[in-house]
Design a protein around this ligand. Structure first.
Ligand code: ATP
Ligand code: MG
Length: 579
């Protein structure tokens, strides 16, 4: 199902989650493995989510199980159907297919029945305190909370009030259904957490049916149970929620009370109820990035980037447009492994995975980004030759491409120096350089404009007996890339770089925020020339532009007649020495 798996099928991955699953299987606790990826549709997925996706879908694939995509749509006020479409597209892009697409809202009726069951058991009560009062009465880590005066309402009164909450009789936030657990618990999550709140907001799926909505912990645990999820994998911040997760599952006991699931059966959703186990893993977090949906939204809304799919954004939509590949992201996840320690990782791990992935797969092309004209004075004006150059130096299976050659070429301005700095191996006046695959040139003369800028190089071409092959009698130190001026296709080349100039844009030093650390040079658009075989690219095709970097044909703006390429990553880490 996945496009590429860096480890071979025969080496089982050894992280603690997979080990726990093997143990559960060995102990006969489950017949098969079920996982889910449960995003809240209140923003676009980002690089961090790629880890959760690769983990949940990857484990289901490896163990012959199933993984659902579940939209955790319990907070309609923050949701937008546009996010849902993007989430589905992103999961597919990463190469995964869900066994079943679910919404937490599919289970609103079952969750409601489960809540009534808790009330009847004396495990939940309707509280008339305001949310502010509830918060104030919760106590702190050092002080126990205070019991609400409504805590000991009897079952009949609670049932009546809860049903009237559902009927829409009360104003928003005027009452709350709370679990009756322990106001003195060391774990704040167990101090009578809210299970339902009144919120008269239209829901994208259920419309105006519900004036009350379930809270995250209640909805999440029971949705897992309803779907028969065996291993509920989530990030470390939910570790403290696990006792509440287990409390909900145990108190409701769906498996022992199949009647609670009757509405689902009636709607044709298969019954799978089971007892899920929550296991937490560390969040992915990189320096030079912000990975919170709230901050990403602010970047977009303040116009600091060009939308959610700006190639500098860490959203999956953004990095996809930047030229990140699903296999590079999987390689990154694989290299980092799955652990229990949150840390700020170096962005070079992400960039390195992309470089390694593209180095192995991306065809080579030549592109000139800052063009300088070179005239080969010993070649006829109407000469047109065709060279056959390998698409990939280490992968003969990729074959060759035709590269046109003629009297006038473009080379990159930085490959020529009138006054060469020490150690300069490229072209100077009177010096030699090898043209990639096309022999050797000697620069005889330069042409300058009125302002003394070099605008043209007059050179003599020596084709060599075997073009491009070592062993020619001339000793030439450098090799440069070039594009035939007659055949080269003008292209827009977008040089993207890191969006922030400092490793931790969120550190908050001197009252600064990530907005104060934007890299103003993170997007530069240049006009250059690419060889015809590059111009022909389809959108999202990646190349290594020789000696320049890895580039991708822009997903939206590229057209073979007007090519647009985005720099995905430079050939080498040019930041390492700067930070
Ligand atoms: P944010 O805090 O950016 O809004 P979130 O955690 O609220 O993100 P959800 O949509 O709730 O985002 O996340 C869906 C799943 O992805 C959850 O299981 C969550 O644990 C996981 N996830 C979110 N961010 C990361 C991350 N940085 N690294 C690994 N997993 C993540
Ligand atoms: Mg969340």
């Amino acid at each position: 199902m996945t496009t590429s798996e860096p480890q071979s099928e025969t080496t089982p991955r050894q992280d603690f989650i997979r080990q726990a699953i093997r143990d559960d299987l060995a102990a006969g606790r489950h017949a098969s493995i079920r996982t889910r990826f449960p995003p809240e549709p209140n923003g676009y997925l980002h690089i961090g989510h790629a880890k959760a996706i690769a983990l949940n879908f990857g484990i289901a694939n490896e163990f012959g199980g199933r993984c659902n995509l579940r939209l955790d749509d319990t907070n309609p006020a923050k949701e937008d159907p546009g996010y849902v479409a993007a989430i589905m597209e992103d999961v597919h892009w990463l190469g995964y297919e869900w066994a079943s697409l679910r919404h937490a809202s599919d289970y609103f009726e079952e969750l409601y029945l489960a809540a009534e069951k808790l009330i009847r058991q004396g495990d939940a009560y309707v509280d008339d305190l305001t949310p502010e009062e509830i918060r104030a009465w919760r106590g702190s880590l050092t002080e126990p909370g205070r019991q609400s005066p409504y805590r000991n309402r009897n079952v009949e009164e609670n049932l009546d009030l809860f049903r009237r909450m559902r009927a829409g009789e009360f104003a928003d936030a005027s009452r709350t259904l709370r679990a009756k657990i322990d106001m003195a618990s060391d774990n704040m999550n167990l101090r009578d957490p809210a299970l339902y709140r009144i919120k008269k907001v239209r829901h994208p799926h259920t419309g105006d049916t519900w004036p009350i909505y379930p809270m995250y912990d209640f909805a999440h645990s029971l949705s897992d149970a309803i779907e028969g999820i065996t291993h509920s994998l989530c990030t470390l911040e939910f570790e403290d929620h696990r006792p509440l997760y287990d409390w909900c599952i145990d108190k409701v006991d769906l498996a022992g009370n199949p009647a609670l699931l009757r509405p689902l059966l009636d709607s044709g959703i298969p019954l799978e109820a089971g007892r899920p186990r929550q296991i937490e893993f560390s969040r992915l977090n990189f320096n030079f990035l912000v990975l919170s949906k709230r901050k990403l939204l602010a970047l977009v809304e303040d116009g600091l980037v060009d939308g959610w799919d700006d190639p500098r954004m860490p959203t999956l939509q953004g990095i996809r447009r930047r030229g990140y590949t699903p296999s590079a992201l999987k390689l990154m996840v694989e290299r980092l492994g799955i652990g229990k320690q949150n840390s700020l990782l170096d962005i070079s791990i992400l960039e390195g995975a992309l470089r390694d992935d593209l180095d192995a797969t991306a065809p080579r092309r030549m592109a000139v980004i800052d063009p300088l004209r070179m005239v080969l004075t010993n070649i006829d004006a109407d000469h047109e030759g065709t060279l056959f150059l390998p698409n990939h130096p280490k992968d003969a299976a990729q074959g060759e491409r035709e590269v046109p050659f003629s009297r006038e070429l473009w080379i990159d301005r930085e490959d020529f120096a009138e006054v060469p700095p020490p150690g300069f191996k490229r072209l100077t006046v009177g010096g030699d350089v090898r043209l990639r695959g096309a022999g050797i040139v000697r620069c005889d003369e330069v042409v300058k404009d009125a302002a003394s800028n070099v605008i043209e190089l007059l050179c003599t071409h020596d084709p060599e007996p075997c073009p491009g092959i070592e062993g020619s009698s001339r000793k030439v130190k450098g090799t440069i890339h070039w594009v035939s001026a007659k055949h080269g296709v003008p292209a827009e080349i977008r040089l993207y770089d890191r969006l922030f100039t400092v490793p931790d844009p969120d550190a908050g030093e001197d009252g600064k925020t990530y907005r104060d650390h934007l890299n103003l040079e993170s997007c530069r658009s240049l006009r250059g020339y690419v060889e015809p075989a590059a111009a022909k690219a389809t959108p999202e095709q990646s190349f290594q532009f020789e000696r320049t970097g890895y580039f991708v044909a822009d997903r939206f703006d590229h057209h073979p007649s007007a090519p647009v390429f985005n720099r995905s990553v430079a050939l080498r880490d040019t930041w390492a020495r700067r930070v």
